[in-house]
Design a protein around this ligand. Structure first.
Ligand code: NDP
Length: 416
């Protein structure tokens, strides 16, 4: 038995060990091998294979006066259709407008067992300029790129903790690594000056200074369905939005729908979707209760207004953006050349996704359109081959709630 730690074994030895332990068949091993990308082997640890996800493109989006095609990576049917449908609903006039309030990431240096909190706060505030200089010196190139440490904030937390918050303009990067480097350097400097117990130094994913707002104003008529007037649909969308402000059970699902689109764009752009997810959900709870991150309301002029504000910690450089080959292609498709543009487009997709979901929910219900788009994945899940998928889906189209059993029967019929 090889005693070499798993992570130090060769690729072949690791794969063989797993194959033996999991009784993988020759076909299963061939699948792992077929998806192996040697360029990915240094990206993560204990590399086994590369797990592909489908990529599609949302269309009909008009963001800040430009028509944008947005690459989205997702395994969920209907997400891209909904984003495109939402884009269409919000198109015309100015489309979706976005404003990036700021793009600063926060590092925090956490002190514990602080005997005199006000005194520590005073010292930190008195030394702000030095602390910012120490931070910049830890990653000097960021200043040349137009960023750098910008300010500090001191928070006293009960009973005896203090957080020194360091705000850094991370320029075009997501900035996690560079902020961590800066926060650790600042902690080392403070330790050299004061007798303090610093528990940790790390960025915060609650990125309240990396906020982007996507908004739109559309005539209510654009919301009409074949059977319901635009005004009624718009009123119901507003009611659904109000309800997501008061009931966390609904708010989570309201936001999940928004994140369907946002995560898919974040993945396509090679960014850290865990950072975005945690930041958005924390922001949804900022008032002490979990709420929807978008709002919809009507004005006196028969116009429907929508607005979504969320923190987005994204980058167009750094992280995996230059490692995953499709990211630069996706940046070109979406015509993204700056992080602020990427933040805007991503938030715009979230708003489009939201209006499409709410409109469906308050009119026909989500299942009608959703199940139609799920038919192909249902066909695939029962083993339909590429040439059989359309025929199986067609046979299932009449069912209101198609089941796996019905899909299997449909496949058998198609193959007969
Ligand atoms: P990188 O360190 O990979 O990239 C950032 C670097 O890119 C900068 O330090 C800079 O280095 C270089 N760069 C080149 N051009 C520019 C520009 N125009 N603007 C800014 N920087 C530029 O990644 P990040 O610091 O961005 O961190 C993101 C990664 O960290 C992600 O992979 C994320 O998953 C991971 N991460 C996330 C954490 C979290 O969210 N909690 C924690 C830890 C890591 P230079 O100037 O020297 O060339």
């Amino acid at each position: 038995m090889d005693q070499t730690p798993f992570y130090r074994q060769s690729y072949g030895a690791r794969r063989d060990q797993l194959a033996q332990a999991s009784h993988l068949t020759a076909d299963q091993l061939a699948t792992l091998a077929a998806n192996r990308q040697t360029t990915d082997e240094d990206l993560i640890e204990n590399y086994l294979t590369t797990y592909g996800l489908p990529e599609g493109v949302a269309v009909n989006l008009q963001v800040d006066g430009q028509a944008v095609a947005v690459p989205m990576v997702t395994e969920e049917p209907s997400v891209i259709a909904a984003a495109s449908n939402g884009g269409r609903l919000l198109s015309g006039q100015s489309g979706i407008t976005t404003v990036v309030a700021n793009h600063e990431l926060m590092g925090q240096i956490v002190f514990q067992h602080v005997a005199d909190q006000p005194a520590l706060r005073q010292w930190l505030q008195d030394h702000e300029a030095t602390l910012l200089a120490v931070a910049d010196a830890a990653h000097p190139s960021i200043k040349r790129r137009g960023g750098g440490a910008r300010s500090i904030r001191v928070r006293l937390l009960r009973p005896d903790w203090v957080s020194l918050d360091l705000f850094v303009d991370v320029s075009e990067a997501m900035g996690a690594n560079l902020v961590n480097t800066m926060a650790e350097a600042v902690a080392t400097y403070i330790r050299s000056q004061l007798d303090v117990d610093i528990l940790m130094s790390i960025l915060s994913n609650f990125a309240t200074r990396s906020l982007v707002t996507a908004s739109c104003v559309v005539p209510v008529d654009q919301m009409k369905t074949k059977t319901i007037s635009g005004q009624t649909v718009a009123q119901r969308i507003c009611a659904a939005s109000d309800y997501a402000q008061i009931d966390p059970y609904r708010a989570v699902t309201h936001n999940k729908g928004i994140m369907n689109g946002i995560d898919a764009v974040v993945l396509a752009m090679g960014n850290d979707w865990r950072a975005v997810e945690s930041g958005v959900h924390a922001y949804a709870s900022r008032r002490g209760r979990y709420q929807g991150v978008s709002r919809w309301w009507l004005d006196d002029d028969q116009k429907l207004h929508g607005e979504l504000t969320i923190p987005l910690t994204l980058g167009v450089v750094g992280g995996a953006t230059r490692v995953l080959p499709l990211v630069s292609v996706n940046q070109l498709i979406a015509k993204v050349t700056s992080v602020r543009q990427l933040m805007g487009i991503t938030a715009a997709v979230g708003l489009a996704q939201n209006v499409a979901a709410l409109r469906a929910l308050v009119t026909d219900g989500i299942q009608k359109g959703h199940m139609h788009l799920q038919l192909k994945s249902l066909a695939l899940s029962v083993g339909a081959q590429e040439a059989e998928v359309a025929a199986v889906a067609e046979r299932l189209a009449d069912q209101t709630q198609p089941t796996i059993e019905q899909a299997q029967t449909a496949l058998t019929v198609v193959r007969a």
